[in-house]
Ligand binder design. Structure first.
Ligand SMILES: *Cc1c(COP(=O)(O)O)cnc(C)c1O
Length: 377
């Protein structure tokens, strides 16, 4: 994977021998005298040659058959639900990426989708929520924002198969470096490529990768093309560049997260650290099986003193940047309940940390001084 990503699949531009892929800004392509398009390219809302190398690389990393880039992670996720039909039933996690949860409850239901939010960390609960001949999609996010609990992709795929239910997994926080959902039985993987794939907090992008070219996949393709959920060619090129360092970025961020999670678990001003590597029993066994590459670089910390202490802690950090989003080279900290607002299932004393690739000791020292300053210690 390190070789595939560092060399962007080893592709070289055939015309110029450029080792970096060219950007194709053209919106339209020349028609042949016989009225055909020998290049296969017609118009850039349909497709853009700048996407192809990135899509091929994502296919390879996720071990899929086909991939599509989208203008954002949300555009990619929403395309999967829009490809369903009115009356279809979908199962999604109770605790998941907040904007998608809001879209499911606020828009998808208006269009006739029946949405059940289920505790997807409990495979039995998913089994009970399936309605034969009506449930068409199970959507998982693992590890899930912002509690970093895991769902068992393999076991849930076994539940889905006999009912021909599509299993889609938001694998944004795992990245293909740590986990490959398609190899565990998922049908579609979704990434907010804005996060780890690009890794530099300078591109909004999304991707879907499918295990098989199915009628549903063709509908998703049509949604991107006809609905215009496309990415700019320049952003595709930026993403291609960002992905060259994916493996070392993710590995370093994971090492930092492990060190910080373990240290904070011992701190008297911390009541709970949420991190897949700190789970125990069955849950830890699942984390080891499902994330053989590492436990990720996202963690959440509940601090003593409630909401005020959490917000004060975030306000006193210097290295950790107080901003939303995740998966960049720089470490970010966020009080999630503030951004999620009314109805959030997230505890109000919780801080979400996106660990970057800086020096782990410096990150830890900064967090601890902020924790103490936030508590007037
Ligand atoms: C950011 C994010 C999304 C949405 O992606 P955008 O690129 O912001 O549209 C979806 N799922 C998860 C887990 C995310 O972190």
């Amino acid at each position: 994977m390190a070789t595939l990503t560092a060399q962007a699949l080893g592709l070289v531009d055939s015309q110029t021998r450029s080792v970096v892929l060219p950007i194709y800004p053209a919106t339209t392509y020349l028609r042949d005298t016989d009225n055909q398009y020998c290049s296969g390219h017609v118009y850039s809302r349909d497709d853009n040659p700048t996407y192809k190398p990135v899509e091929s690389l994502l296919c390879k990393l996720e071990k899929g058959e086909d991939a599509l880039l989208f203008g954002s992670g949300m555009a990619a996720a929403v395309a999967v639900f829009q490809a369903l039909r009115p009356g279809d039933h979908v199962i999604a996690p109770k605790v998941m990426y907040w904007s998608l949860r809001n879209w499911l409850l606020g828009f998808a239901t208006d269009w006739g989708l029946q949405v059940s939010l289920v505790d997807c960390t409990d495979t039995e609960a998913v089994a009970r929520a399936i309605i034969p001949n009506k449930t068409r999609l199970v959507w998982l996010e693992t590890p899930a924002n912002p509690m970093w609990t895991l769902s068992d992709i393999g076991a849930i795929s076994q539940l889905c198969k006999p009912h021909q239910i599509t299993l889609a997994v938001d694998s944004t926080c795992a990245t293909p470096v740590l986990s490959q959902p398609l190899t565990l039985g998922a049908d579609i993987v979704m990434h907010s490529a804005t996060k780890y794939l690009n890794g530099h907090s300078d591109v909004i992008a999304g991707a879907l990768i499918t295990a098989q070219d199915t009628p549903l996949w063709q509908r998703i393709r049509t949604i991107r093309r006809a609905g215009g959920a496309v990415m700019s060619p320049f952003d595709a090129s930026q993403l291609s560049r960002g992905m060259r360092t994916l493996v070392i970025r993710v590995q370093q961020a994971c090492r930092n997260a492990v060190a910080i999670a373990e240290a904070l678990q011992q701190h008297p001003l911390v009541t709970h650290v949420h991190y897949p590597g700190l789970l125990s029993g069955e849950a830890l066994a699942l984390a080891q099986r499902q994330m053989p590459g590492g436990y990720g670089a996202m963690l959440s910390v509940q601090v003593r003193g409630g909401e005020a202490a959490a917000i004060a802690t975030a306000a006193h950090t210097k290295l950790w940047k107080r901003a939303t989003s995740l998966g960049g080279v720089e470490s970010l900290i966020e009080h999630r309940a503030s951004i999620e607002g009314q109805g959030t299932p997230v505890p109000n004393d919780l801080l979400r940390l996106s660990t970057g690739i800086e020096d782990a000791d410096e990150l830890l020292a900064d967090f601890i001084q902020a924790l103490e300053a936030g508590h007037d210690v």
